[in-house]
Design a protein around this ligand. Structure first.
Ligand code: C2E
Ligand code: MG
Ligand code: MG
Ligand code: MG
Length: 276
């Protein structure tokens, strides 16, 4: 046992891990600099109604292009932003950008809504709710046009804190969606405590939905959401066969590469003009 412990002790100091830590710290430093230099972008992926085929809104997704011109995937930098706490400042910026965008769209596209993703560290800050409400009010947008996307993992460490925050935001009229539903670790019982408007069916349940016997989970999630009076939006539609099955299952809305990839603001406005 002593020998094993010693080995573990040495394993902790292995140079590869030190390299990894160094790499992470470098990335965080670079992200902090690029954020300060205004080099983050907010892109928009259209969401469409299955009834009308028209665009009803967009999900705002962060993009980070480093000085060498390459994009770093959010799957890589969002966890680093969360780990370092940078996500708090970046998250404020995302909400403000989305509100500005809603304001610009108000004239021609008053019914369009924008969803932003929020992470756990943002909820841990006690002025999160007030900051979102202040930002929304100062831009004078219709509150229901701003939607916050949370994942069930957000409920893991302090569920009551999150539930209370969401109830306050909801009382101001802000919309709430549950993202990546069915892929996290939370208990179903929280579904009833959250003031939700929409349920997002994760891409994991959509990929094979058009194949024989592969749609049972998607069907169950859609039925559950409908029983709770939630709008159902499916993510990650890449093929028309998936859309056809989702229509059969009674899904309301869709988002995926089949319709449009996330795109810069100007492209999204052009897309809206053609599909509204
Ligand atoms: P998410 O919120 O589940 O966002 C959906 C992701 O699926 C996006 O990846 C989008 O580009 C991708 N996607 C959409 N349709 C398709 C499709 O048809 N096929 C495939 N293969 N992928 C599709 P993206 O932009 O790389 O973002 C990844 C994750 O990073 C997001 O997952 C979200 O959790 C996080 N993220 C992005 N922006 C923000 C942000 O502003 N704040 C926070 N906290 N997280 C963010
Ligand atoms: Mg999302
Ligand atoms: Mg999602
Ligand atoms: Mg997802």
């Amino acid at each position: 046992l002593a020998k094993k412990n010693r080995l573990e002790h040495f394993a902790f100091y292995n140079p590869e891990m030190e390299d990894q830590m160094q790499w992470r710290l470098n990335m965080i430093r670079q992200l902090r600099n690029d954020f300060a230099a205004n080099c983050l972008e907010l892109w928009y992926q259209p969401q469409l109604s299955l009834d009308t085929g028209k665009v009803i809104g967009a999900e705002a997704l962060l993009r980070w292009r480093t000085s060498d011109g390459n994009y770093v995937s959010p799957a890589v930098f969002i966890p680093l932003a969360e780990y370092s706490g940078l996500i708090i400042e970046i998250g404020d910026w995302v909400v403000a950008q989305a509100c500005q965008q809603l304001k610009r769209l108000e004239q021609d596209f008053a019914d369009i809504s924008i969803s932003v993703n929020v992470s756990i560290p943002q909820f841990r800050r006690d002025d999160f709710v007030d900051t979102v409400i202040d930002t929304m009010k100062s831009h004078q947008i219709r509150p229901s046009k701003l939607e916050l996307e949370i994942t069930e993992n957000i409920l893991m460490d302090d569920p009551q804190l999150v539930v209370d925050a969401l109830i306050k935001l909801k009382a101001e009229g802000i919309s709430i969606a549950l993202d990546d539903f069915g892929t996290g670790y939370s208990s179903l019982s929280y579904l009833q405590k959250l003031p939700l408007d929409r349920l997002k069916v994760d891409r994991a349940f959509v990929t094979d939905i058009h194949k024989e016997g592969q749609s049972v989970l998607a069907e169950t999630i859609i039925n559950l959401g409908k029983k709770m009076n939630l709008k159902i939006i499916a993510e990650g539609i890449e093929e028309i066969e998936q859309q056809e099955r989702l229509i059969e299952l009674g899904c309301d809305e869709v988002q995926g590469f089949y319709y449009a990839k996330p795109m810069p603001e100007a492209d999204f406005v052009a897309f809206l003009k053609q599909n509204h």
